[in-house]
Design a protein around this ligand. Structure first.
Ligand SMILES: Nc1ncnc2c1ncn2[C@@H]1O[C@H](COP(=O)(O)OP(=O)(O)OP(=O)(O)O)[C@@H](O)[C@H]1O
Length: 545
């Protein structure tokens, strides 16, 4: 997961998707247990899923790359009964959005999908909370909080990095977090009515996804028709499955014997998916890439020129010191023959005429050389001009982005800032370890499985013996510094604004302190320099046999 985030920061298109039967823990893996967001404050806890940890890690990475300018945006959608709904702008009617093909990008996209500028960690968390609040959740026999839709949370990461010779490199990576709805045996779930219709749609789209995966993993069928267009899910995942991105599939399985068939199916799915090979490429502005490569070429040629010149000097035995820049210029200057009256040409004898012609030929040659030099300089000036224009464009874009960032989305309702929550709770001992798993301060407690799970395992007779273990290496980590942060109440407010969507505006002003956020963000990120801590608290199922 960490590598995936690092790659998305480097400009790759990355996807992490969870696949598995209903109730196997897909949503839990990505976002943690139900009710973690919303009612409770979303300060850091060991229960947080991969998305939250990824956000923290993303901001850590961004902070480390101080020479790069980053712009983050996020969108969140769900595919419910084959309809795409914007979770950040669902509206009262949950009007579906169209999925279209972009000729330019050569991929499918969701028309009018709302994207939110995310300057702070809090903004990303707000997007996650808003999406979780709006997505479709239902209840059936196997899961009280079953996702009734596939959800895709996308973080777009654009960056600009100064490269050599004043050229800037822009990259645009992204990371998709895909929480697929689980496949359902309707007999087992005993779904009826609306839940049954949802289950049928879920199973149908998962079947198309399965078919695409098996075609792509088969060397013989790979180049034949892949039925991406048969479902919205496969249209939107086409790029991740076979494009230029990097994809991580998390196969969630149930430890219960009762689910053995579904478990085998999931593992088959994963084994097939593992065979798919994508061709990851960094998405860069082609013009900038060209300018950079031309600049590099010019530097190489200049060096080569210099080398050849000095080799020539050595060969002709002329001391280096006598060839300053000025003498070079003098040498290139044409030597004009003395002016001769045309009428007096007849008086000149043969050798004199030959000498004169030689002089004129020499002058001609020098002028030609000078001409070539002038053409080269003109070309270089044109290239410089192009670079300046490009720089101009870049700056204009930056101004536009800055203007956008100043305005936030009105659709994320008021929530207390994550950083502020951390601050408020930081005084109590329970949260002093916020960036660590429970592994540091209380090793013994950390390696214990939570009581509720232990009870469930006992009931199902799972894990007698060394079956369910916490990975030891996670518990053996060195102690990290505990960072105490002062409490600081939010003071200001920042206005929100629709940035790109066309949606209606239920403008709730989002109140939080920008200054407070910034202050806290830097502190919190400082305290989390040990990257592994953010990811290190998951329980692993290790079959020692
Ligand atoms: N590793 C885990 N530790 C503790 N509880 C878990 C774990 N995995 C899943 N659960 C619990 O099991 C229940 C079902 O999990 P979850 O909703 O994540 O399943 P799902 O695969 O997303 O199901 P669906 O496909 O129906 O949405 C939830 O209450 C969740 O908190």
């Amino acid at each position: 997961m960490k590598r995936l985030i690092e790659m998305s920061v480097e400009g790759y298109r990355c996807t992490c998707f969870c696949y598995g039967q209903t109730g196997s823990g897909k949503t839990h893996t990505l976002t943690g247990p139900p009710g973690l967001f919303g009612l409770r404050p979303s300060s850091y806890s060991d229960e947080h899923g991969l998305i939250f940890r990824s956000f923290l890690y993303l901001f850590q990475l961004i902070k480390q790359k101080s020479d790069v300018h980053f712009i983050l945006k996020a969108s969140y959608l769900e595919i419910y009964n084959e309809k795409v709904i914007d979770l950040l702008n669902p509206g009262s009617a949950r009007k579906p959005l169209a999925v279209r093909w972009s000729k330019k990008a050569r991929g499918f996209f969701v028309e009018n999908l709302f994207t939110v500028d995310c300057e702070e960690l809090d903004d990303l968390i707000a997007v996650l909370e808003e999406g979780l609040r709006n997505r479709a959740v239902g209840r059936h026999n196997m899961n009280d909080y079953s996702s009734r839709s596939h959800t895709i949370l996308t973080v777009y990461i654009s960056s600009e990095q100064p490269a050599e010779n004043g050229v800037f490199l822009s990259r645009s990576g992204k990371i998709n977090f895909v929480d697929l709805a689980g496949s359902e045996m309707t007999k087992k779930t005993q779904s009826e009515g609306k839940t049954l219709e949802e289950a049928n749609n879920i199973n149908k789209s998962l079947m198309v996804l399965g078919y695409c995966i098996s075609s792509l993993s088969d060397q013989k069928r790979k180049n034949s028709h892949i039925p991406y267009r048969d479902s919205k899910l496969t249209k939107l995942l086409a790029d991740s499955l076979a494009g230029n991105g990097v994809t991580l599939m998390i196969a969630c399985i149930s430890p219960a014997k009762f689910n053995i068939n579904e478990t085998i199916n999931t593992l088959r799915y994963a084994a097939r998916a593992k065979k798919i090979r994508t061709k990851p490429v960094v998405l860069m502005d082609p013009r900038e890439a060209l300018i950079l490569s031309l600049k590099r070429e010019v530097t190489v040629l200049q060096n080569e020129n210099e080398h050849l010149r000095s080799a020539l000097r050595v060969y002709s035995g002329v001391p280096r010191s006598s060839h300053g820049d000025s003498s070079d210029t003098d040498k290139r200057k044409p030597v004009s023959p003395q002016h001769v009256d045309v009428e007096k040409l007849g008086e000149l004898d043969g050798p004199q005429l030959i000498e004169l012609i030689k002089l004129y030929m020499g002058e001609n040659e020098s002028l030609r050389n000078e001409n070539v030099d002038l053409f080269t300089s003109r070309e270089m000036l044109q290239r410089d001009h192009e670079v300046v224009c490009r720089e101009n464009e870049r700056l204009l874009k930056k101004v536009e982005e800055v203007n956008k960032i100043c305005c936030r989305s009105p659709l994320i309702p008021a929530r207390s800032a994550f950083s502020a929550e951390v601050l408020n709770l930081a005084d109590s001992d329970s949260t002093s370890n916020i960036w660590n798993s429970s592994s540091d301060s209380n090793n013994e407690q950390a390696s214990r499985i939570p009581a509720s799970i232990e009870k469930e395992l006992e009931k199902r007779q799972i894990g007698n013996g060394p079956f369910l273990r916490r990975h030891k290496s996670w518990d053996d980590k060195p102690k990290t510094k505990i960072v105490k942060m002062k409490s600081n109440k939010s003071i200001g407010n920042s206005q929100s604004h629709n940035t790109s969507g066309t949606g209606n505006s239920t403008s709730t002003k989002r109140r939080f302190s920008m200054a407070n956020n910034k202050n806290v963000k830097s502190k919190s990120l400082d305290s989390s320099t040990k990257k592994s801590d953010v990811f290190g608290s998951m329980i692993s199922l290790v079959d020692e046999d």
